[in-house]
Ligand binder design. Structure first.
Ligand code: PGA
Length: 254
């Protein structure tokens, strides 16, 4: 049985005081929701403060990015060791990083390797762009992203994958539950080929892209979808709580 996971990716939003306010708004209720792992991914500068606020609760902490070197002269970067001290999860290979910061498959791979080595739990993002989707290349693109991201990685213990079609991120145009489930099924089969069926069956694979309180149930009901990576809706306490609550209810009957 895979315990679902809902991660809130706050992206480049919230000042330190806004981050604190957002956590305080949902802390008690979020802490009480069972049968689902809840992860908050605030900006780097708020990690320590959010970490303090959620200490002793069932809520977990994640970062949105990491560099692959352990330490040294890399001005402005944050290493896996620094993060491992503060949080449990880290998002790697988000399409915004690939698109705006030129993160290649090789860079994503180095980040995955470094994060796992430091004991972090990576949330690896994959997903096709609109033109790739329209050209019927989803399967090829996603498989290639998985192969390059996981090159040389012998154990994926601790890994979560998020399928995020780029055309669905921040656009309000979510995939349908059925579409997302199909591609996530493909991802699971690819992982099975690489690591074996048991590991593939244990792996959590999330959907991400315009998930809201209005469509969360549709995704969570799908057999292969194990949760969501939520952007915009994670910045609103009531929306995020609703998504987490819906996931919890469905996980008990799934
Ligand atoms: P969105 O973002 O929910 O705002 O579409 C999802 C993501 O980028 O992880």
């Amino acid at each position: 049985m895979r315990v679902p996971l809902i991660a809130g990716n706050w992206k480049m939003n919230t000042t330190l005081s806004e981050a604190t306010e957002l956590v305080n708004k949902m802390l008690r209720e979020l802490d009480g929701v069972e049968n689902v792992d809840k992860v908050l991914c605030p900006p780097f500068i708020s990690l320590a403060a959010v970490g303090e606020l959620i200490k002793g609760s069932s809520i977990k902490l994640g970062a949105q990015n990491v560099y692959f070197e352990e330490k040294g002269a890399y001005t402005g970067e944050i290493s896996p060791l620094m993060l491992a001290d503060l949080c449990e999860f880290v998002i790697i290979g988000h399409s915004e990083r690939r698109q705006y910061f030129n993160e290649t498959g090789e860079i994503v791979n180095r980040k995955i390797v470094a994060a796992l080595k430091a004991g972090l739990k990576p949330i690896l993002c994959v997903g096709e762009r609109l033109e790739e989707n329209e050209a019927g290349r989803t399967e090829k693109v996603v498989t290639e992203q998985l192969n390059s991201s996981l090159a040389g990685v012998n154990s994926i213990n601790g890994l979560t994958i998020a399928y995020e079609p780029v055309w669905a991120i921040g656009t309000g145009k979510a995939a349908t539950g059925k579409q997302a489930n199909e591609t996530i099924g493909l991802i699971r089969r690819t992982i099975s080929k690489l690591y074996g069926e048991r590991i593939a069956q244990d792996l959590r694979i999330l959907y991400g892209g315009s998930v809201t309180a209005n469509n969360a149930t549709e995704f969570m009901q799908q057999p292969d979808i194990d949760g969501a990576l939520v952007g915009g809706a994670s910045l609103k306490a009531d929306q995020f709580l609703s998504i987490v609550n819906q996931t919890s209810e469905i996980s008990q009957i799934k």
